[in-house]
Design a protein around this ligand. Structure first.
Ligand SMILES: [Mn+2]
Length: 308
């Protein structure tokens, strides 16, 4: 049985307290549980103060067979940041813009950009599967989208890892593979109808919104929008055409991270649980886990967490 753990973002102290609370004990540098395994949902790095230590803990558990770990958008971006763009001499697959550097700076500082440790970490990030389909459950960082997963599959090896020769297309805007990776690791965004815009929390007009992709039949754009509470009223209440969202088939539960949820952890639906409770937020963040017991529908009682 798995303990499924959400986005850690360099908060090793919270991770250790959570593992302890879940009954894992550290010995010889590896956290182990007598009868359970951990499943990490990605986003080990960026933002927090102890990113190297978080990667060390997760990797040691994976190497020892005590855990599974999938890729988050931050690990994907870290690899793309450091990979030269073969079509543009001197450039990288993830542009070295001021904004991108700012987002990644804490990691680059802590790992020392271009160091041996940096290269070793990137090599490990490349081995992380983009999703997991286990007999009893599914795991993906942001969105279980059957059509986009189907598009990804030819570019993955048997372990679900992106093949070495697929990284360029996966990180190049305009390539179908790029869109598939974006959807799976960053979630499904849709354009508002008729060129409508809403205003985000910084007051910038935006024409695309993050979606609650797991909903089967949202009535309006406002119902499917995954935007901060205070901006929700500016999303149009226009009806939604059928089939805009993939929905979720419910064949087995799916666990996701990524969405910076707040408040008391609980399942999103009977079949979908998000474990990202904003551990890296300025205040009120939590690191959350779901203690899977093989039971479906999912239950609020199986969540546990530590305050950041
Ligand atoms: Mn994420």
């Amino acid at each position: 049985m798995y303990d499924i753990i959400g986005d850690i973002h360099g908060h090793a102290g919270s991770l250790k307290r959570l593992l302890d609370r879940l009954g894992y004990v550290e010995s010889a540098g590896v956290w182990r549980h007598p009868s359970r395994r951990a499943l990490f949902l990605g986003d080990y790095i960026d933002r927090g103060p102890e990113q190297v230590e978080v990667v060390r803990i997760v990797r040691a558990m994976v190497d020892a067979g005590e855990a599974l770990a999938i890729m988050g958008n931050h690990e994907f971006n870290a690899v793309a940041w450091a990979t030269p763009d073969p079509h543009q001499p001197g450039a990288y697959l993830r542009p070295h813009s001021a904004k991108n550097r700012h987002q990644h700076r804490a990691f680059l500082d802590q790992v020392e950009e271009d160091s041996r440790l940096h290269r070793e970490m990137l090599d490990w990030f490349r081995t992380l599967p983009l999703y997991l389909e286990l007999p009893e459950l599914r795991a993906v960082h942001a969105c279980w989208h059957p059509e986009q997963l189907g598009r990804l599959r030819p570019y993955l090896d048997r372990g679900g890892r992106l093949r070495d020769n697929a990284w360029v297309a996966a990180a190049t805007k305009g390539e179908p593979l790029f869109e598939a990776v974006e959807t799976v690791l960053k979630g499904l965004e849709v354009a508002l109808p008729d060129g409508a815009a809403f205003h985000d929390k910084d007051g910038h007009p935006r024409r695309e919104i993050r979606t609650r992709w797991w909903l089967d039949s949202p009535a309006s754009y406002r119902d499917l929008a995954l935007v901060p509470e205070i901006t929700l009223a500016s999303v149009p209440d226009t009806p939604v055409a059928d089939g805009l969202l993939p929905g979720y088939d419910g064949e087995k539960p799916v666990f996701i991270g990524h969405y910076w949820l707040r408040g008391e952890p609980r399942p999103l639906t009977a079949d979908v649980a998000c474990l990202d409770y904003s551990v890296a937020a300025r205040q009120g963040g939590r690191l959350a886990a779901y203690r899977w017991d093989g039971r479906h529908p999912l239950s609020s009682e199986r969540f546990t967490w530590v305050e950041a």
